[in-house]
Each structure stands twice: as structure tokens, then as C-alpha cells.
Design a protein around this ligand. Structure first.
Ligand code: DGJ
Length: 702
């Protein structure tokens, strides 16, 4: 899997279909030589006279860091492009130059203790570099996942001296290309419009996607594809990178005048730096890299398989997910035991598996102005306690889920009145509110432990099968009273580490509970959260037309089993003048199903319809959890669609939507193991509300 050609000093990493290769030059530099289709022949670096470039006196003008493709790039020492690694030394300058020292390979990988990571791993390459001036060692890791064509990269800085260093840039994943011609494909959006696919040809200069919001965000996702212009959904060369992190990130491509291109991914350089004391080490989050010659679906499939096999908790990843009825869209904060027991009766009648009590069950929370931080039961709403409520729900044959938002604190809360120092804040600065709330200082271990334990205490004796973990605002005025001035630049990363610590505490306290991630809709849909939460609420926008775009984008990077999708009756688009439950259900089949509406008000016909839907969903759930999803190729902006094929090629389901006035005939071929199925979209059903729309659903399961 990892081979070394001693004569040419080439280290090559092979996966099932790809090769990634580097060359150690003159025992000093590690050059990037190849990433693409599997090959035995890696092109060697050819030394040649380079005009007008900085050069290494030992090597002379046949080599310049500024002119070569490198595995990592270091600030201020001859590579004059934007560089990924920068540390400030005791002399006060940030010139960085890590020189190659050695490499080794070993089976498996080194797991992270405090951050999400890809489990398993076939083999790992560790390259060690050293910077004499700063007295710092850098270890760069590449773990191979042979079957999924994925390579996971991260670096570790080790301060071997006594002086404190400042890590200013830690973009641990870099891909240098010569003669690049790519489109930069990313998932951009905002609240209610998360993860829309956005693609532009790379142009001279930099193009990036980043977050400085303290969470991965609805606006940008830590994911990008470099797509050859000729590639489509099913063919052509694509590279993809997914950063396994839930805070500030950046993924950037810079195209040079001469068509060289540098892609880098990692922690956001503007908002995160880290003091590395003598003897300490710092590990960056990892990036999952993949290449496919089978187009956008090829890289998506590799990532889906990787996330399912290695990132999402193996205990839950393929376990059937409960069909939930969530209270939020129907009643908001107006919940109480009596109302919910009626919901539970109606839900049980149609085959729903679980009642999820959303926001409003704790403290004195009757609206969004108070109580975040006060994680004890509101006994006015649940007079007999949660244990007894849960028992009643279970007696009706349902499971129970509950909502929390642990990383937030309302100024109007008992917690804040005792601990105003536990909110993120900067001295002498006003704190911005958002939905009346402040953000808990997750870098403060005392605050994290206290809140986690108070949630555990309240829920530990309650029979519970699901927890929805929300996060309803971005960060501002980021500072912590728990750290001195020097450490304030670390708070954004410490915040994320605190978030992960709390996820670890709660998931360990409730090992049989499925956690669903959420962030004011889908504002924290990333591989870091997926490590703890096998599914994530995709968007507060439950409108079927708008969801098409959101889900089509989300499935580019994340498997369908991660995409939480509910049928609601909220009307947002101008296509429907009444909720069309068939359309809404079909759209929700692009993920794991739930309902979010006043279920007691459904007519007998609607109840029957919902019952039928749930039966069908359960038949399809094997495909949703295990199958390969393919987005349909060649669609116009008005069309959406995908199909899911079982790994053994025996089963499929297919969805197609066309938002135009007339049906379009397109023929899609699904390659089953023993036959080919051709689907003709001119057979799509016409739905006529205010506007016309055609859609079709087809599946192999009776
Ligand atoms: C935002 C979430 O996206 C909603 O589903 C709901 O849980 C509310 N927060 C509750 O405050």
C-alpha cells in the first residue's frame, strides 16, 4: 500500500484505484509528485535552471521552493506563494523552514484523544521534519484507507526547545498542481438555504471557502471539490477534501499566472493561532482526501463510504433509525405532558417510532428569551416528572427523544446569574446577543463539565433513546475569562475542543442514545459532528422545493443516513397552496425520515397516507443506510434527482423532480446486478398547485 523506491526516493501511497506520490529531494525537501489514477510510474522531479527565483545555496539554481510542487509549504523561506505552515520563533519573526529528516510507515493509525478522527486505517506514513531555528519538529501523517480510495492527512508540531512558539498557520493538507484546470465546487448557503452546490472555474488568484463563525456554519461547509471542466456526475477527474472539524476552517485554491495551483485546507488562519510551550505538542484536525475518475458521484461515493466506515459511530451507523414526530414546527415552546401524550397516541396509530420533545421542556423556558443553561425539568409542564412521562410514552409503544442546546447561555438564566464569567466575552466590550442568547465559554473546562453533568443528572434516570443537540448562534466577541492574554488567540480552537469534550461526555453517559446534531437548522453539518451524531438536522427549511436544493448539495459530501429530513406542513414556496404530503414524503426520502407537524390534526385520509409512507420508508431504510447514492447527470437548473443502489446491485430507488411547465424526457440507466433498468422521466407525475412541477419515484421494492 505504501511503497518506497529507494533509488529514486519516491514514496507512493496506493489505494484501490489511486496513487499519491512524493519524492524526497537531496535528503532535504519533500516534493509532491503525483495524485490521480493508480500508476506504477511516478514522474521524477527534473532539476533545471530556474531564473529569477530564490534558491538554496547548497543546491544552486536548479531548485527553488517557489517553483516546485511541495507536500507542505513554509512561510517566508523561499516559497513566495501563499504558504500553509507558519510559526513565530523567539526572535519575533515567523520565517519557517522545516527540513525533511526521516520517514516511517506503520500498520493502522494513531487515534486522536480529544478530536474526531477517522477510525481504523490500513497503514500510515509519518514524515518527520525539523526547523533548527525554532527548535520545532513537525510530523506529517498520511493514513491510507485502501478500499474507499481515501487518504487522511494531519500534522503534529512538537516544540523540542524551551522557548514558547506561536503556531500562526496550520494548513496541514496541501495539494500542489502543475498546469491546473479546475472548477472549484463547494457548498455555500445561509440559514434556510444550507449547502447549495456552487461551482466556478478557478481564476487567477485565490478562491476559498471558510468560516469565521465559530462553527462550520450554514454559510460554508468544510468541503471542496476540484473538478476537471469535462467531468460530470459520473465521469471525469475530481479531487475532494473534507476537513473533519466543526469550527473555523478554510479551504483555499490559488491559481498562479503560469497555471500552477496550490490547494490548502485546515484551521482558519485569521482566527486561530496557538502558543506552543517548550516540550508541548499540537495536533491539527485531519482532512480526508480522495480522487476519482468517475466524476462527482465518484468522490461523493468515496466520502460516503469513508464516513460510514470510519467516522460515524459504528454502533449506530447502520442501525435502523427511528421515524420521529418532532414537536417544534407544530407547537414551538407550548409543550406540556397532556399535549404530548395526545401527540404520542396519534403517532403510535400511524407507526411512528419516537416522540421528540424539542425546545421548551426545561428551566422556565416558555419562549426563546430565557433558561439556556438551566438544565432541570420544567415541572409546570411535566408535573409528574420526566421518568413518569417517559414511561407513559413507552407504554404507548413509542420511544422518547429530547432536545438540548448545551453550548449556550441566556443572560436570563440561573446559571448566568451565578456565572456571568462563563459566557464568551472580551474585557470592556459589549456582548452581542443573538436569539437573546450568549455563548457558553466552551474553552473553560469547569463550565463544560458543569453543564454536561447537569444534563446527565437530569436525564440519567429517564428512559431515552435520542437526543437532539442544537446550537443556535454564531460566535462573536470571542474571549475567555479563564485564560490569560497570551492564550486569547487560542480560544476559538479551545472552544471546539470543549465542544468535542462535551460530546464525548454525553455520548459516553448515554451510550445507547442516538444523538442528532443541529445548529439553527443545518449550521453545523460536518464530519466532526458526525463522529458523535450519526445524523444531523439538515435545515429548518422543510419546504419540499427548497429542500431539493439543500439535500442535493448535502449528499455531495455526506451520506443519506446523515441527512435528517422531516415531513412538515409549513408552506413556504409558491408551488403549493396546501401541503402535498406525497411530494413532501418523497423529498424526505433523500434522508432519514421524520414528521414535524400537528399530527393530531391530520384527517383520517392523511393519517392513512402517513401510515403507508412509513411502511414504505422502512422497506427502503436498508438502501438509505447502506446504499450508494448517485445524483442524476445532465440535469438543468430546474431539475433535481438521484437514485440509490444497494451495494450488491439488486435493489434501488429513484427520484426525479422537474420544476418546469412541461415534462422533459430523459432516460436514466440504473445498472442492477442482473439487468439494466431504464427510467423515462416523461412518465413523471404532474403536480399542479400554483405552479407546475413534475416528479417521479420508482423503486425495485414492492
Ligand atoms: C433550531 C432548530 O433547527 C429547530 O429544529 C428547533 O430545534 C429550534 N432550534 C428550537 O429552538
Amino acid at each position: 500500500m505504501i511503497r518506497f523506491d529507494k533509488e529514486n526516493q519516491i514514496i507512493a501511497i496506493d489505494t484501490k484505484n489511486t496513487t499519491y506520490a512524493m519524492q524526497i529531494l537531496r535528503d532535504k525537501y519533500v516534493l509532491h509528485r503525483y495524485f490521480g489514477k493508480k500508476t506504477k510510474d511516478v514522474p521524477l522531479y527534473e532539476e533545471r535552471l530556474l531564473q529569477f527565483s530564490p534558491y538554496d545555496a547548497e543546491i544552486s539554481r536548479s531548485f527553488s521552493l517557489d517553483a516546485v510542487a511541495s507536500e507542505l509549504s513554509f512561510f517566508g523561506s523561499g516559497d513566495l506563494r501563499d504558504t500553509g505552515i507558519k510559526i513565530k520563533n523567539r526572535y519575533g519573526n515567523s520565517v519557517t523552514k522545516f527540513i525533511y529528516k526521516s520517514f516511517r510507515t506503520f500498520k493502522g493509525r494513531i487515534p486522536f484523544g480529544d478530536m474526531p478522527y477517522s477510525r481504523n486505517g490500513d497503514e500510515t506514513l509519518e514524515i518527520t521534519y525539523f526547523d533548527d531555528v525554532s527548535n520545532c519538529r513537525l510530523k506529517s501523517y498520511y493514513t491510507v484507507y485502501y478500499d474507499t480510495d481515501t487518504i487522511v492527512r494531519y500534522v503534529v508540531f512538537e516544540n523540542a526547545g524551551k522557548d514558547t512558539l506561536l503556531i500562526e498557520n496550520a494548513l496541514a493538507c496541501q495539494l500542489d498542481f502543475e498546469n491546473a484546470d479546475f472548477e472549484f465546487v463547494c457548498l455555500a448557503g445561509q440559514y434556510y438555504h444550507e449547502r447549495n452546490i456552487t461551482a466556478y472555474p478557478l481564476h487567477f488568484g485565490k478562491q476559498s471557502i471558510y468560516s469565521e463563525r465559530g462553527h462550520s456554519s450554514a454559510n460554508a461547509n468544510p468541503f471542496a471539490i476540484l473538478k476537471s471542466p469535462a467531468a460530470d456526475e459520473n465521469s471525469g477527474e475530481c479531487y475532494a477534501a473534507e476537513f473533519v472539524y466543526s469550527g473555523d476552517f478554510e479551504l483555499q485554491a490559488e491559481l498562479m499566472y503560469d497555471k500552477r495551483m496550490r490547494f490548502m485546507a485546515g484551521l482558519n488562519r485569521h482566527t486561530i493561532s496557538w502558543n506552543l510551550r517548550g516540550g508541548d505538542s499540537f495536533t491539527t484536525p485531519e482532512t480526508i482526501l480522495t480522487f476519482s475518475a468517475e466524476g462527482l458521484n465518484g468522490v461523493s461515493r468515496n466520502l460516503h463510504d469513508h464516513l460510514r466506515a470510519n467516522v460515524i459511530n459504528p454502533k449506530f451507523v447502520y442501525a435502523p433509525r427511528p421515524v420521529v414526530i418532532n414537536t417544534w414546527e407544530a407547537v414551538h415552546f407550548n409543550i406540556n405532558e397532556d399535549v404530548l401524550l395526545k401527540y404520542a397516541d396519534a403517532a403510535a396509530e400511524i407507526g411512528i417510532d419516537m416522540l421528540v420533545v424539542d425546545d421548551g421542556w426545561f428551566g422556565k423556558r416558555n419562549d426563546d428569551t430565557s433558561s439556556l443553561g438551566d438544565w432541570y425539568l420544567n415541572t409546570e409542564k411535566f408535573k409528574n416528572g420526566l421518568e413518569s412521562f417517559s414511561e407513559k410514552i413507552h407504554n404507548k409503544g413509542l420511544k422518547l427523544g429530547i432536545w438540548i442546546e448545551p453550548e449556550m447561555i441566556n443572560p436570563k438564566s440561573e446559571l448566568y446569574s451565578k456565572h456571568p464569567d462563563w459566557a464568551l466575552q472580551c474585557p470592556n466590550r459589549e456582548k452581542s446577543l443573538w436569539r437573546h442568547q450568549l455563548v457558553l465559554d466552551m474553552s473553560n473546562d469547569e463550565a463544560v463539565t458543569y453543564v454536561a453533568n447537569s444534563i446527565i443528572e437530569t436525564l440519567k434516570d429517564v428512559k431515552l433513546e435520542y437526543i437532539k443537540w442544537d446550537f443556535n448562534r454564531s460566535l462573536s466577541e470571542v474571549g475567555s475569562l479563564a485564560f490569560d492574554e497570551e492564550r486569547q488567540c487560542e480560544i476559538k480552537h479551545r472552544f471546539v475542543l470543549g465542544t468535542y469534550k462535551m460530546h464525548k461526555m454525553l455520548t459516553e453517559a448515554f451510550p445507547d442514545v442516538i444523538f442528532e446534531g443541529c445548529s439553527g437548522g443545518g449550521g453545523r453539518f460536518d464530519a466532526g459532528i458526525l463522529f458523535y451524531c450519526p445524523q444531523i438536522w439538515t435545515s429548518d427549511d422543510t419546504d419540499p422545493i427548497e429542500r431539493l436544493k439543500i439535500q442535493q448539495g448535502t449528499m455531495t459530501a455526506y451520506p443519506l443516513s446523515a441527512i435528517s429530513a422531516h415531513v412538515s406542513n409549513t408552506l413556504i414556496n409558491d408551488y403549493e397552496d396546501r401541503p402535498d404530503y406525497d411530494l413532501r414524503f418523497k423529498v424526505a426520502l433523500g434522508g432519514v425520515l421524520g414528521y414535524e407537524l400537528d399530527i393530531t390534526s391530520l384527517s383520517p385520509e392523511e393519517k392513512k397516507e402517513a401510515e403507508k409512507q412509513i411502511r414504505l420508508y422502512k422497506k427502503l431504510s436498508g438502501l438509505i443506510l447502506h446504499g450508494d447514492a448517485f445524483r442524476l447527470s445532465g440535469l438543468s437548473d430546474n431539475e433535481y434527482g438521484f437514485y440509490v443502489l444497494s451495494k450488491d446491485g439488486t435493489e434501488y430507488y429513484f427520484e426525479y423532480y422537474n420544476l418546469s411547465d412541461a415534462p422533459v424526457q430523459r432516460l436514466f440507466e440504473i445498472k442492477l446486478r442482473d439487468e439494466k433498468v431504464i427510467i423515462d422521466t416523461s412518465k413523471a407525475v404532474k403536480y399542479s398547485g400554483n405552479k407546475t412541477l413534475y416528479y417521479m419515484f420508482s423503486c425495485s421494492i414492492a
